[in-house]
Design a protein around this ligand. Structure first.
Ligand code: ATP
Length: 235
């Protein structure tokens, strides 16, 4: 098991927004976490990457307990996080944003090689490498946000709503990119409100509703589940 979240409870002040959830991600797995607005998906990802502390429970990654560790240590262990809204440094160029993704690495040669690999993989970023990140389209910014996270050489990548606000054609492109990341051996924990897209991509999925996991299992079976269909797939 690469990632294991056990009985995690998370609070904002007195409000408990994640109420004792357990989930796991195996090596080479794409796992989706779906559910409505406000269910606690973003909060869960923030806890995994060390940006929010647990009230109780534990998080293990790659054989080590990581809850309570600072976020930069968790990045170093191999957890990459692509936050909601493709937060990036708008006033910096595409190439500087990519370089920022490797800020905890010391291997200059490896960083240059990885920059080249990103440009091969995302040609659009290569052609725009000198432009400001703010000049990219929404889909291109999502590519950059993911490529920047890949620059930290993660074993697991957490993605928060990568399809948000994108045109359908770009959603397809982002889905293809996630599939390729999975095929390259990196595990993915994908948070999505677009349940159709997420269940189409993932091996397994969890459905989160007001802080609790109400269904989980094989993604293809969940996509056929009557309740999931009715509540999340518009069927
Ligand atoms: P969304 O898709 O809207 O981001 P989500 O499933 O990711 O939904 P969270 O963002 O994790 O949900 O929010 C879970 C709950 O925690 C919500 O009720 C939200 O209002 C609350 N919440 C989130 N961030 C904070 C905060 N900084 N302070 C207080 N409450 C918060």
């Amino acid at each position: 098991m690469l990632l294991e979240v056990r009985e995690a409870r998370i609070r904002y002040a007195k409000a408990e927004v994640v109420k004792g959830i357990s989930l796991h991600v195996d090596e080479r797995e794409i796992v989706a976490l779906i559910g409505p607005n406000g269910a606690g998906k973003t909060t869960t990802l923030r806890a995994i990457s060390g940006l929010k502390t647990l009230a109780s429970g534990s998080i293990n990654f790659d054989g080590r307990r990581i809850d309570g560790s600072p976020a930069h240590e968790i990045v170093k262990l191999g957890v990459g996080h692509v936050p909601e809204g493709r937060v990036m440094i708008a006033g910096m160029s595409v190439s500087d944003n990519l370089r920022m993704g490797a800020y905890l690495r010391k291997d200059r040669g490896g960083i240059s090689e990885d920059m080249q690999r990103m440009y091969e993989h995302f040609p659009i970023l290569k052609s725009r490498r000198k432009q400001l990140a703010s000049s990219l389209s929404g889909g291109e910014q999502q590519m950059l946000a993911v490529a920047r996270t890949l620059m930290s050489r993660p074993k697991l990548i957490l993605m928060d709503e990568p399809s948000m606000g994108l045109a359908p054609i770009m959603v397809e492109e982002v889905a293809r990119m996630i599939q390729e990341i999975g095929a390259s051996g990196i595990s993915v924990l994908l948070v999505e409100q677009n349940a159709n897209m997420a269940l189409g991509l993932a091996n397994r999925a969890y459905v989160l509703e007001v802080g609790e996991i109400c269904a989980c299992g094989n993604a293809a079976s969940l996509a056929e589940d009557e309740t999931v269909k009715r509540c999340y797939l518009g069927g």
